[in-house]
Design a binder for this molecule. Sequence first.
Ligand SMILES: O=C(O)c1cc(=O)[nH]c(=O)n1[C@@H]1O[C@H](COP(=O)(O)O)[C@@H](O)[C@H]1O
Length: 244
Amino acid sequence: MPESGEGVSFCRMPKSTELILALDVPDKAAAIAMLDRIGPDLKWVKIGLQLFVKEGPALLDAVAARGQSIFLDLKLHDIPNTVASAIRSLAGKPVGLLTIHAGGGREMVAAAAEAAQEALPGATVLAVTVLTSMNRATLADIGVDSETDEQVLRLARLALDGGAGGLVCSPQELRTLRNELGPDAVLVTPGIRPAGADLNDQQRVMTPADAAEQGSSYIVVGRPILKAEDPAAAVKAIQTELGA
Ligand SMILES: O=C(O)c1cc(=O)[nH]c(=O)n1[C@@H]1O[C@H](COP(=O)(O)O)[C@@H](O)[C@H]1O
Protein backbone atom coordinates (compact mmCIF):
# COMPACT_ATOMS: atom_id res chain seq x y z
CA MET A 1 0.00 0.00 0.00
CA PRO A 2 1.86 3.12 -1.14
CA GLU A 3 1.88 6.09 1.19
CA SER A 4 3.16 9.55 0.54
CA GLY A 5 4.45 12.39 2.63
CA GLU A 6 6.11 15.78 2.06
CA GLY A 7 6.76 15.17 -1.64
CA VAL A 8 8.42 11.83 -1.00
CA SER A 9 6.63 8.67 -1.89
CA PHE A 10 7.52 5.44 -0.16
CA CYS A 11 6.08 2.02 0.36
CA ARG A 12 5.76 0.24 3.73
CA MET A 13 4.74 -3.09 2.21
CA PRO A 14 6.53 -5.93 0.42
CA LYS A 15 5.85 -6.16 -3.32
CA SER A 16 3.77 -9.32 -3.07
CA THR A 17 2.69 -12.09 -0.72
CA GLU A 18 3.53 -15.68 -1.57
CA LEU A 19 1.72 -18.85 -0.43
CA ILE A 20 3.70 -21.59 1.33
CA LEU A 21 1.99 -24.97 1.78
CA ALA A 22 2.68 -26.54 5.19
CA LEU A 23 3.13 -30.13 4.03
CA ASP A 24 2.20 -31.68 7.39
CA VAL A 25 1.58 -35.25 6.21
CA PRO A 26 2.93 -38.53 7.62
CA ASP A 27 5.38 -39.72 4.98
CA LYS A 28 6.97 -39.27 1.55
CA ALA A 29 4.22 -41.16 -0.29
CA ALA A 30 1.54 -38.86 1.16
CA ALA A 31 3.73 -35.82 0.49
CA ILE A 32 4.30 -36.62 -3.18
CA ALA A 33 0.65 -37.60 -3.67
CA MET A 34 -0.44 -34.22 -2.24
CA LEU A 35 2.03 -32.28 -4.41
CA ASP A 36 0.82 -34.22 -7.47
CA ARG A 37 -2.79 -33.33 -6.65
CA ILE A 38 -1.93 -29.66 -6.29
CA GLY A 39 0.18 -29.36 -9.43
CA PRO A 40 2.91 -26.95 -10.53
CA ASP A 41 1.39 -23.60 -9.54
CA LEU A 42 2.58 -23.94 -5.95
CA LYS A 43 6.10 -22.51 -5.57
CA TRP A 44 6.86 -23.02 -1.86
CA VAL A 45 6.56 -26.11 0.32
CA LYS A 46 7.19 -26.19 4.04
CA ILE A 47 8.65 -29.42 5.38
CA GLY A 48 8.26 -29.62 9.12
CA LEU A 49 9.23 -31.95 11.91
CA GLN A 50 6.62 -34.63 11.21
CA LEU A 51 7.88 -35.31 7.70
CA PHE A 52 11.57 -34.54 8.27
CA VAL A 53 11.83 -36.88 11.27
CA LYS A 54 10.17 -39.64 9.26
CA GLU A 55 11.98 -39.25 5.94
CA GLY A 56 15.21 -37.40 6.66
CA PRO A 57 17.10 -34.96 4.43
CA ALA A 58 16.68 -37.06 1.25
CA LEU A 59 13.10 -35.82 1.08
CA LEU A 60 14.41 -32.28 0.53
CA ASP A 61 16.09 -33.40 -2.69
CA ALA A 62 12.96 -35.24 -3.85
CA VAL A 63 10.78 -32.14 -3.40
CA ALA A 64 13.36 -29.76 -4.87
CA ALA A 65 13.66 -32.02 -7.94
CA ARG A 66 10.01 -31.17 -8.67
CA GLY A 67 10.99 -27.50 -8.96
CA GLN A 68 9.55 -26.38 -5.65
CA SER A 69 11.40 -24.19 -3.14
CA ILE A 70 11.77 -25.52 0.38
CA PHE A 71 11.04 -23.96 3.73
CA LEU A 72 12.60 -26.35 6.26
CA ASP A 73 10.78 -25.77 9.52
CA LEU A 74 12.82 -27.39 12.28
CA LYS A 75 12.36 -24.57 14.83
CA LEU A 76 15.82 -25.19 16.24
CA HIS A 77 16.20 -24.18 19.90
CA ASP A 78 19.24 -25.40 21.82
CA ILE A 79 22.65 -24.20 22.95
CA PRO A 80 24.39 -22.21 20.19
CA ASN A 81 26.91 -24.93 19.28
CA THR A 82 24.22 -27.60 18.90
CA VAL A 83 22.05 -25.40 16.70
CA ALA A 84 25.01 -24.38 14.52
CA SER A 85 26.10 -28.02 14.19
CA ALA A 86 22.62 -29.12 13.15
CA ILE A 87 22.60 -26.44 10.45
CA ARG A 88 26.06 -27.49 9.24
CA SER A 89 24.70 -31.03 8.90
CA LEU A 90 22.34 -29.64 6.23
CA ALA A 91 25.23 -28.39 4.08
CA GLY A 92 24.41 -28.45 0.39
CA LYS A 93 20.74 -29.28 0.86
CA PRO A 94 18.16 -27.30 -1.14
CA VAL A 95 16.83 -25.11 1.68
CA GLY A 96 15.49 -21.60 0.98
CA LEU A 97 14.03 -20.79 4.39
CA LEU A 98 14.96 -22.35 7.75
CA THR A 99 13.46 -21.75 11.21
CA ILE A 100 15.01 -21.33 14.62
CA HIS A 101 13.36 -20.08 17.83
CA ALA A 102 14.22 -16.47 18.75
CA GLY A 103 13.68 -17.52 22.39
CA GLY A 104 17.03 -19.38 22.21
CA GLY A 105 18.70 -16.00 22.66
CA ARG A 106 20.97 -13.64 20.74
CA GLU A 107 24.04 -15.91 20.75
CA MET A 108 22.06 -18.85 19.48
CA VAL A 109 20.59 -16.74 16.68
CA ALA A 110 24.05 -15.45 15.75
CA ALA A 111 25.51 -18.98 15.74
CA ALA A 112 22.66 -20.17 13.52
CA ALA A 113 23.05 -17.27 11.09
CA GLU A 114 26.79 -17.83 10.80
CA ALA A 115 26.42 -21.57 10.25
CA ALA A 116 23.71 -21.01 7.62
CA GLN A 117 25.88 -18.54 5.74
CA GLU A 118 28.55 -21.23 5.37
CA ALA A 119 26.43 -24.34 4.94
CA LEU A 120 23.35 -23.01 3.16
CA PRO A 121 24.39 -19.94 1.16
CA GLY A 122 21.33 -18.11 -0.09
CA ALA A 123 19.05 -19.51 2.61
CA THR A 124 17.19 -17.14 4.94
CA VAL A 125 17.17 -17.97 8.64
CA LEU A 126 13.77 -17.13 10.09
CA ALA A 127 13.36 -16.63 13.82
CA VAL A 128 10.04 -17.73 15.31
CA THR A 129 8.84 -15.09 17.78
CA VAL A 130 5.72 -16.19 19.72
CA LEU A 131 3.97 -19.26 18.36
CA THR A 132 0.56 -18.64 16.84
CA SER A 133 -0.91 -21.28 19.16
CA MET A 134 -0.03 -19.04 22.14
CA ASN A 135 -1.78 -16.02 23.59
CA ARG A 136 -1.51 -13.71 26.63
CA ALA A 137 -2.60 -16.50 29.00
CA THR A 138 -0.22 -19.16 27.69
CA LEU A 139 2.65 -16.66 27.77
CA ALA A 140 1.81 -15.96 31.42
CA ASP A 141 1.89 -19.74 32.06
CA ILE A 142 5.56 -19.80 31.05
CA GLY A 143 6.39 -16.74 33.14
CA VAL A 144 6.27 -14.07 30.43
CA ASP A 145 4.38 -11.15 31.91
CA SER A 146 4.02 -9.07 28.72
CA GLU A 147 1.37 -8.44 26.14
CA THR A 148 1.82 -10.77 23.17
CA ASP A 149 2.77 -7.98 20.76
CA GLU A 150 5.38 -6.61 23.20
CA GLN A 151 6.97 -10.03 23.49
CA VAL A 152 6.91 -10.47 19.71
CA LEU A 153 8.61 -7.11 19.22
CA ARG A 154 11.23 -7.85 21.88
CA LEU A 155 12.08 -11.20 20.25
CA ALA A 156 11.95 -9.70 16.74
CA ARG A 157 14.52 -7.04 17.60
CA LEU A 158 16.76 -9.55 19.36
CA ALA A 159 16.62 -11.96 16.42
CA LEU A 160 17.29 -9.37 13.73
CA ASP A 161 20.14 -7.86 15.79
CA GLY A 162 21.53 -11.38 16.14
CA GLY A 163 21.62 -11.87 12.36
CA ALA A 164 18.33 -13.58 11.51
CA GLY A 165 17.16 -12.79 7.97
CA GLY A 166 13.46 -12.69 8.82
CA LEU A 167 10.75 -13.57 11.31
CA VAL A 168 7.86 -15.93 11.77
CA CYS A 169 5.00 -14.19 13.55
CA SER A 170 1.25 -14.16 13.82
CA PRO A 171 -0.55 -12.11 11.17
CA GLN A 172 -1.99 -10.08 14.03
CA GLU A 173 1.46 -8.65 14.70
CA LEU A 174 2.12 -7.72 11.07
CA ARG A 175 1.07 -4.10 11.33
CA THR A 176 3.31 -3.41 14.33
CA LEU A 177 6.29 -5.24 12.85
CA ARG A 178 5.95 -3.66 9.39
CA ASN A 179 5.80 -0.21 10.95
CA GLU A 180 8.87 -0.96 13.06
CA LEU A 181 10.92 -2.83 10.47
CA GLY A 182 9.96 -1.31 7.11
CA PRO A 183 9.19 -2.90 3.75
CA ASP A 184 12.25 -5.12 3.36
CA ALA A 185 11.85 -7.31 6.45
CA VAL A 186 10.90 -10.88 5.58
CA LEU A 187 7.76 -11.59 7.63
CA VAL A 188 6.32 -15.09 7.42
CA THR A 189 2.86 -15.68 8.87
CA PRO A 190 1.22 -18.99 9.73
CA GLY A 191 -2.11 -18.89 11.55
CA ILE A 192 -3.91 -18.15 8.28
CA ARG A 193 -7.50 -19.21 7.84
CA PRO A 194 -9.68 -18.46 4.82
CA ALA A 195 -13.05 -17.02 5.92
CA GLY A 196 -15.17 -19.71 7.58
CA ALA A 197 -12.37 -22.30 7.90
CA ASP A 198 -11.85 -24.30 11.10
CA LEU A 199 -9.30 -22.66 13.46
CA ASN A 200 -7.98 -26.03 14.71
CA ASP A 201 -5.35 -25.22 17.38
CA GLN A 202 -4.52 -21.74 16.05
CA GLN A 203 -5.30 -18.76 18.28
CA ARG A 204 -4.11 -15.61 16.51
CA VAL A 205 -5.43 -15.94 12.95
CA MET A 206 -6.27 -13.86 9.88
CA THR A 207 -7.54 -14.42 6.33
CA PRO A 208 -5.06 -14.58 3.41
CA ALA A 209 -6.30 -11.27 1.96
CA ASP A 210 -6.00 -9.43 5.29
CA ALA A 211 -2.51 -10.85 5.93
CA ALA A 212 -1.43 -9.68 2.47
CA GLU A 213 -2.95 -6.27 3.05
CA GLN A 214 -1.08 -5.97 6.35
CA GLY A 215 2.28 -6.77 4.80
CA SER A 216 2.98 -10.49 5.06
CA SER A 217 5.85 -11.62 2.80
CA TYR A 218 4.76 -15.27 2.88
CA ILE A 219 1.66 -16.88 4.35
CA VAL A 220 1.88 -20.48 5.58
CA VAL A 221 -1.25 -22.61 5.20
CA GLY A 222 -1.60 -26.28 6.07
CA ARG A 223 -4.87 -27.93 7.08
CA PRO A 224 -7.23 -25.66 5.11
CA ILE A 225 -5.48 -27.00 1.96
CA LEU A 226 -4.51 -30.52 3.10
CA LYS A 227 -8.01 -31.35 4.36
CA ALA A 228 -9.85 -29.69 1.47
CA GLU A 229 -11.87 -31.90 -0.85
CA ASP A 230 -9.94 -30.34 -3.74
CA PRO A 231 -6.51 -29.14 -2.50
CA ALA A 232 -5.61 -27.68 -5.93
CA ALA A 233 -8.76 -25.53 -5.87
CA ALA A 234 -7.99 -24.47 -2.29
CA VAL A 235 -4.49 -23.37 -3.36
CA LYS A 236 -5.88 -21.50 -6.36
CA ALA A 237 -8.50 -19.74 -4.22
CA ILE A 238 -5.84 -18.58 -1.74
CA GLN A 239 -3.51 -17.43 -4.51
CA THR A 240 -6.40 -15.49 -6.06
CA GLU A 241 -7.12 -13.92 -2.68
CA LEU A 242 -3.45 -12.87 -2.53
CA GLY A 243 -3.77 -11.27 -5.95
CA ALA A 244 -1.41 -13.77 -7.62
O1 LIG B 1 7.07 -21.90 12.07
C1 LIG B 1 5.93 -22.15 11.64
O2 LIG B 1 5.74 -22.43 10.46
C2 LIG B 1 4.80 -22.00 12.58
C3 LIG B 1 4.98 -21.08 13.60
C4 LIG B 1 3.87 -20.71 14.39
O3 LIG B 1 3.96 -19.84 15.25
N1 LIG B 1 2.68 -21.32 14.15
C5 LIG B 1 2.51 -22.28 13.18
O4 LIG B 1 1.38 -22.77 13.00
N2 LIG B 1 3.60 -22.67 12.43
C6 LIG B 1 3.46 -23.75 11.45
O5 LIG B 1 2.56 -23.38 10.43
C7 LIG B 1 1.75 -24.50 10.02
C8 LIG B 1 0.30 -24.12 10.18
O6 LIG B 1 -0.49 -25.16 9.75
P1 LIG B 1 -2.08 -25.06 9.74
O7 LIG B 1 -2.53 -24.59 11.10
O8 LIG B 1 -2.53 -26.44 9.42
O9 LIG B 1 -2.41 -24.04 8.66
C9 LIG B 1 2.19 -25.69 10.86
O10 LIG B 1 3.11 -26.45 10.08
C10 LIG B 1 2.92 -25.06 12.05
O11 LIG B 1 4.00 -25.86 12.49
